[in-house]
Design a protein around this ligand. Structure first.
Ligand SMILES: Nc1ncnc2c1ncn2[C@@H]1O[C@H](COP(=O)(O)OP(=O)(O)OP(=O)(O)O)[C@@H](O)[C@H]1O
Ligand SMILES: [Mg+2]
Length: 254
């Protein structure tokens, strides 16, 4: 599956072709070619500074690229305007910091974008938001402000907010690394169930247990390049490059 999926660009939900990105003299994405199939879960790992966040941001056009092509469900990302807003809505994004609106209730946080961007009627958007909050296990917090929630609950609210736009793909950039250890599990559980339900997902994480359980493919980045990619079992038990092996030693030893 892994080898095929990377060549099967036409059917891909997300595809990057020869993507390059510099920050000044720093070449942060070096000729990245990657396809993610519908329902596939790709976990991206790699050392700090290897370009994982830049890759996520480029997929969502939060970060312009210098060359190459990025497509979501077959459509190249336009650079600006209404078309961009529409395609961006197809990509749900969850960051390390939850970025909830501090002065809005959790329910409003989830319902606002459908009301404003998708022009969904308030009653419909709120009913759907409640369903999503139930799905992530925080329905009882619907009328609270974000600050009244634990970190794990806030991150689950952020996931519900992203899902409210009916994205075709979800990007997660280290969604659990700002959380206290006891809250990591509850967020990963929500992500595992999303994966089981067939959501297409790209997940940057250091949670190797999650990668083993939920990933179809692990992509290892180093210094702006995809160095190797494989099934989780093959990657963790039989990494092919010294760079991947030394990365794995460093993350698995603490
Ligand atoms: N806005 C920016 N301006 C200049 N350099 C940047 C900018 N954002 C990132 N970089 C640099 O680009 C490189 C890749 O950064 P990126 O954040 O994508 O790495 P990462 O793999 O996500 O790292 P981490 O695991 O620490 O989150 C790093 O060397 C970083 O310092
Ligand atoms: Mg990062």
């Amino acid at each position: 599956m892994a080898a095929e999926s990377n060549t099967n660009r036409a059917a891909a939900m997300v595809s990057l072709e020869s993507v390059n990105k510099h920050f000044g003299d720093l070449h942060v994405l070096k000729d990245i070619t990657l396809s993610v199939q519908p329902r596939e879960v790709v976990v991206v790992v790699g050392p700090s500074g290897s370009g994982k966040s830049t890759l996520c941001r480029a997929i969502n056009r939060l970060e312009p690229i210098d060359s190459g092509d990025i497509r979501i469900d077959g459509h190249s990302l336009p650079t600006e305007g209404a078309e961009l807003a529409k395609l961006r809505a197809d990509v749900g994004m969850v960051f390390q910091s939850f970025n909830l609106f501090a002065h809005r209730t959790v329910l409003d946080n989830v319902a606002l974008a459908p009301i404003k961007v998708r022009k969904t009627k308030r009653a419909v958007a709120e009913a759907e938001a409640m369903e999503l909050l139930e799905r992530v296990g925080i329905a009882e917090k619907a009328h609270h402000l974000p600050a009244q929630l634990s970190g794990g609950q806030q991150q689950r609210a952020a996931i519900a907010r992203a899902l409210a736009m009916h994205p075709k793909v979800m990007l997660f950039d280290e969604p659990t690394s700002a959380l206290d250890p006891e809250m990591v599990g509850e967020v990963l559980e929500v992500m595992v169930s999303l994966a089981r339900e067939g959501m297409t997902m790209i997940v940057v994480t250091h949670e190797m247990g999650f990668a083993r359980r939920a990933a179809d493919r692990v992509v290892f980045m180093d210094a702006g390049q995809i160095v190797e990619q494989n099934t989780p079992a093959a990657f963790f038990d039989n990494a092919q490059t010294d760079r991947a092996r030394s990365f794995l030693e460093s993350v698995l030893s603490h």
